[in-house]
Design a protein around this ligand. Structure first.
Ligand code: EPZ
Length: 418
């Protein structure tokens, strides 16, 4: 198990490159089995969620090859409709495979994806959407078995704008007979990316990014070469890190509208942020005023995936910040670790009350999930003295070359194997 050793208290300055979005690449990989032709996805980040997804694809019979930064998937010989149980446990987004495997094989079998570090993660909306498309679903002994003689378009209303459910239904509807309409669909940029990807393959998807997505089923989809959008959550993580430590940051290729809610809050904190062409610049004194209230919402609201990182910033902002986590039940595991660093943070259910302190002090802390781990690194970078952040397997799921990028900004951080 690796850990980071971090010497805190240094300003961060410079330009950082942003990886392709983890939460765009995963559904695109799932969609690659929808064609017998070659699919090339460029700039694939070196993160373990992607590795696990590629493992699932190869278990289905897909041929995976790589160049420097691209992945090439050839699924002409994909034969299995069963997603291995041991891999589903590893990776929740293997659930994405349900939709595309169903489209390809008219049947699919997956072990029930349990909850994970941040909550129960039910998939009732996924399954009710698939049923509307004519899928028979049997849930027994911890397995979900799906079959459909034919997939037919339907009008589907989601009780909640679930990202996964929206993507799952799109992948099951893209070659269905007739038209599917998804109402109250999730609006995340990663869904727009999936729409663009499928349309480049010959799909007929429109409306992604708005609340209603229309999918006109087509008979075949061709291969494609595609570069995914930049990772708005990685971008937000670096913006928050520099805001918290003080300094300056430049990044490019992340549309401002994809992180508007965060930029709005960082400006409330007192950061100077401006955009020039497709570059975003941030300046921070490092001693900011509190943003007072952070409420996580589906896009375009404040992203739940930046809640932990922003809470780390709030620990040393002047004043009190109330954080309300509306999407996941247990997304405050990092709070106890921040308290070890001297944070004044009280959690009650989905709410956290954070009273800013002058500075945090270094401590030995352990990551409990992906974004909570990033929050602990942000806290340690701004803290007085030395910290260690253990169990980097969480961070490595979603951030490629995290320590290299931070070092390039001036951070004193190194990875040690224990
Ligand atoms: C996606 O998860 C992201 N993961 C998550 O990012 C992100 O936090 C989340 O969307 C919200 O933006 C990927 O894209 C791989 P949801 P997903 O379905 O699809 C409830 C990260 O850190 N719900 O939008 O699982 C659910 O309980 C990860 O990169 C149901 O009730 O999120 C939750 O409260 C973490 N029934 C809410 O919707 C369902 O059938 C949001 O879930 C599905 C979801």
């Amino acid at each position: 198990m690796d850990k980071f050793m971090i010497e805190g208290g240094r300003k961060l300055c410079g330009k950082t490159e942003i990886q392709s979005a983890k939460n765009a690449v995963l559904p695109l990989l799932a969609a690659s089995v929808l064609t017998d032709e070659q699919v090339t996805i460029r700039d694939v980040p070196a993160i373990s969620d992607v590795e696990n997804m590629l493992h699932i694809l190869s278990e289905l019979g897909c041929k995976i090859s790589r160049t420097a930064d691209s992945v090439i998937i050839d699924s002409v010989n994909a034969v299995s409709h069963e997603i291995p149980a041991r891999l589903t446990k590893e990776l929740r987004s293997s659930v994405f495979m349900l939709g595309s495997v169903l489209t390809r094989f008219r049947r699919a079998r997956i072990s029930y994806p349990g909850g994970c570090d941040i909550g129960l993660r039910p998939i009732d909306l996924h399954l009710s959407g698939l049923k509307r498309l004519g899928v028979e679903i049997v849930e027994e002994n911890g397995y979900i078995s799906c079959s459909a003689d034919r997939l037919t378009g339907a009008d589907i209303l989601l009780d909640f704008p679930s990202v996964g459910a929206t993507e799952k239904i799109i992948l099951a509807a893209v070659k269905a007979e007739g038209t599917t309409v998804i109402r109250n669909a999730a609006k995340e940029p990663e869904i727009v990316d999936l729409q663009n990807f499928l349309n480049r393959m010959g799909g007929r998807v429109r409306g992604a990014g708005g609340g209603t997505v229309c999918i006109e089923g087509v008979k075949t989809l061709s291969g494609v070469e595609y570069t995914p959008i930049k990772d708005r959550i990685e971008a937000g993580t670096f913006l928050i890190a520099v805001a918290s430590c003080g300094g300056e940051l430049e990044m490019e290729g992340v549309p401002e509208e994809n992180i508007a809610a965060l930029l709005h809050k960082l400006r409330e904190n007192g950061c100077k942020i401006h955009r020039k062409d497709d570059k975003i610049f941030l300046e921070s004194s490092g001693r900011l005023r509190s943003a007072e209230l952070i409420e996580t919402m589906p896009f375009p609201g404040f992203p739940t995936d930046l809640q932990a990182q922003f809470s780390a910033l709030a620990c040393t902002s002047r004043g009190t910040t109330l954080v309300v986590e509306n999407l996941f039940e247990t997304r405050y595991k990092y709070a106890a670790e921040l308290r070890r660093m001297g944070a004044d943070i009280t959690v009650r259910g989905r709410n956290a009350l954070i009273r800013g302190v002058e500075r945090l002090h270094g401590a030995a802390v352990t990551a409990g999930d992906l974004r909570g781990g990033a929050a602990l690194v942000i806290a340690a970078l701004g803290a007085e003295g030395q910290s260690s952040v253990a169990d980097l397997s969480h961070i490595d799921r979603g951030y490629s070359e995290f320590e290299r990028k931070l070092k390039k900004l001036g951070a004193r951080i190194r990875r040690v194997r224990i």
